[in-house]
Design a protein around this ligand. Sequence first.
Ligand code: NAD
Length: 469
Amino acid sequence: MLIDGQPVAGDGRLSVINPATEQVIGTAPDASPDDLDRAVAAARAAFPGWAATPIEERRKALHAMADVIVAHKDELKSLLTSEQGKPHADAEGEIIGGAYWLRGTATLDLPITVQEDADGRTSETRHVPIGVVGAIAPWNFPIILAMFKIGPALLAGNTMVLKPSPFTPLTTLRVGQLVADILPPGVLNIVTGGDALGPWLTSHPGIDKVSFTGSTATGKRVMQSAASSLKRVTLELGGNDAAIVLPDVDVDAVAQDLFWAAFANSGQICIATKRMYVHEDIYDRVRDAIVAYARTVKVGDGSEQGTQLGPLNNRQQYERVLALIEDAKAQGHVFLMGGDVPETPGYFVPITILDNPPEDSRIVQEEQFGPILPLLRFRDIDDAVRRANASEYGLGGSVWASDEDKASEIARQIASGTVWINETRHLSPTTAFGGMKQSGLGVEGGVEGLLDYTNTQTLFRRGKQVSTA
Ligand code: NAD
């Protein structure tokens, strides 16, 4: 682990499994409560100095971290594939994307608002760091989602204790080793451990804010546990994104994009398309084009040349997805492809596409988080919007059409934090991203995301302006 700038082995060990082979590929420390206490104490001790460091220096630190990550991208890519399962090309994209995120975040500024009232009294509202951030990342994008937190938290002047998922701790620990010399000791600490460590972190009295990315069910537990000391929380949670495909779309031009909207990272993306509503005039053509393309996509071990989709990341998720497939079979839903899971080693699930299952079926209503797509027919656009919005989730969504004005009009009616037109999944470090309803609380990215790592402070002064520093 990385605690107070030093490598710490800890007493216990966690086994890490390659999801393509189910073989143990290494071990990571299993932190004790004492290890966590040391990490939090180091972050608290480092906080005043880091908060007082000029923001220009903090920007430079983010760039230096990005440089070292890019310089080690080949090593990091292989390690990420071996513990996460995603193909090498996607793993490299995630590593480079993580560096890009740090650089993009480094361009942001903390706004200061100066006002003068009728009596000549001036006020200055500024944004100060909160303190120690406890950050918890999931296993689907361990590096880039950690950078979503590290970048803005550190730029704003906070220090951090980061906990990666027990399924994917190794690449994050390696990044910690690589950046250890760039930051003052204690500014970034990384602890790894099993199921007990998350709740210890979220209830720790030395943590001032929790930034959590994971499932909605766990997010609720995080918020409950943070309430004990009124910690600030940012929650990036689950989704059940709908795509709405309008009848004027150029089917051949968008078929591949529609496929990848649902199946990239084997469907293990919070903002994957998990339900696709297709207008009845083009339903058959869209269905046939997606299935024809899906048949050309290679599923396999992410370390093998040519693999486009890897296995699911872990047994727990694999069993959840298998249970959804079994339910769809038991209900007699129509499978256009997939559904038969091989009995070979590895958490492999074939690309599975369903033909217009009932709206109230589990495969439509639940977040699958696997390579499954229900195609759903609609006739009336208002009905499609209503069905898209009839969900406890509100993370993302997309509208596909040749008439982009019409698509924008529909996009504005979708109750989700992000809506894309004729694409999906694009995010930017300078743009806010977050969920409505039970998909989350607060945002990451953009100035809005940076402000979520600050407390707001106003200075009033009778007479002249206070300062603009
Ligand atoms: P998860 O909720 O099972 O676990 C996330 C992390 O929380 C892990 O590190 C885990 O160890 C830790 N944890 C578990 N119980 C905890 C507790 N009681 N207190 C504190 N921490 C605890 O999620 P997952 O299965 O790793 O990730 C998949 C989910 O994440 C999906 O629902 C997906 O949609 C969501 N997700 C959301 C976003 C987003 O930005 N909105 C991004 C990626 C993934």
